[in-house]
Design a protein around this ligand. Structure first.
Ligand code: NAP
Length: 287
């Protein structure tokens, strides 16, 4: 990679940012495609967000990812918000189109591509999402038009019912319901679903021994998708694999949400294998 006065800039903003795997993934794609671009990471404290967004415009930065804690607050500083991101209530990608900043959310699309890559046919599925935070919102709104039923399980029932109402409002023909995480409810919902998605941090490093489900709640014909990507194979995925379930890794979603953003900035579909390899190395270096 040779940086010159013509090199275009992409970036991620967040606080903290030093653990982000995005620079490694995106620079791997840039190198593989031999593009005159570079992807940087900028630590932006909350009080500096407005200035950072003005800076994206002023400096002609081509595109940016937005991560914790700015995904919601950033929306007020952008020129346009994609309807899906508006529904989700968060932006993780900014595309600078001739000085107009467009906000979108690629998490749900990344998840959908990860599922399709594993040959999971969503059409008509009965799915369960554990969690009612940002990732659950992104998946719920993105998958709702594809599936026939979504059950949201959250430890605070009020949050799951609110999210279910929000998704239902935008997707009238999908059956969407919110529940608590009482064991009797999880058992019933999980035993009858086609796809179980963990959208909570349960099982994430350093709590690798934790699992959102008990051993005998899954059926072998259920597909299990864990959004947690550190560790690569969580206890939930290990358990699901052992009983013969099809499994989908959170790392694939991470790579695909990045790939969707990359395509929106460059118009080029990036090489997934290069991005994934870089993400695996970055994950390994975290240990
Ligand atoms: P979030 O907005 O903080 O939401 C987390 C959700 O999990 C909330 O509903 C929270 O409930 C629930 N939760 C937390 N601890 C729990 C526990 N011990 N038992 C039951 N529920 C619990 O976080 P997020 O952004 O949605 O992220 C969720 C997970 O997805 C994280 O592990 C994140 O790393 C992962 N993720 C992965 C990708 C990817 O590309 N693979 C992308 C985005 C997120 P309360 O509201 O009651 O706290």
């Amino acid at each position: 990679m040779v940086i010159s006065a013509r090199t275009g800039v992409l970036c991620v903003i967040g606080n903290p940012i030093e653990h982000s795997m995005s620079p490694k993934m995106h620079n791997a794609a840039i190198t593989a495609l031999d593009l005159d671009l570079v992807y940087m990471a900028f630590n932006v404290p909350p009080g500096r967000l407005e200035g950072a967004i003005a800076g994206i415009k002023a400096l002609g930065i081509i595109g940016a990812n937005v991560t914790i804690p700015h995904k919601i607050n950033v929306m007020q500083y952008l020129d346009e918000i994609h309807p899906l991101a508006r529904n989700i209530g968060a932006v993780n990608t900014i595309t600078n189109v001739d000085g107009v900043l467009l906000g979108s959310n690629t998490d749900g699309l990344g998840a959908m591509k990860a599922l399709k890559e594993c040959n999971v046919e969503l059409d008509g599925m009965n799915i369960v999402i554990a969690g009612a935070g940002g990732a659950a919102r992104a998946l719920g709104f993105t998958l709702a038009p594809e599936v026939s039923r979504i059950s949201i399980l959250a430890r605070r029932e009020r949050k799951s019912k609110q999210l279910a109402r929000d998704i239902k409002m935008a997707n009238d023909s999908t059956d969407v319901e919110g529940f608590s995480m009482a064991p009797s409810i999880i058992t019933r919902q999980v035993r009858s679903c086609d796809l179980f998605i963990n959208a909570t941090p349960v099982g994430m490093h350093p709590n690798e021994s934790e699992c959102i489900l008990e051993n005998d709640w899954l059926q072998p014909n259920t597909c299990v998708f864990d959004l947690v990507y550190n560790p690569l194979e969580t206890k939930l995925l290990e358990m699901a694999k052992a009983i013969g379930c099809k499994i989908v890794h959170g790392l694939d979603m991470l790579v695909y949400q990045g790939a969707v953003a990359f395509e929106s900035w460059t118009g080029i579909c990036p090489p997934i294998s290069s991005m994934k390899q870089a993400a695996l190395v970055a994950l390994d270096n975290r240990k």
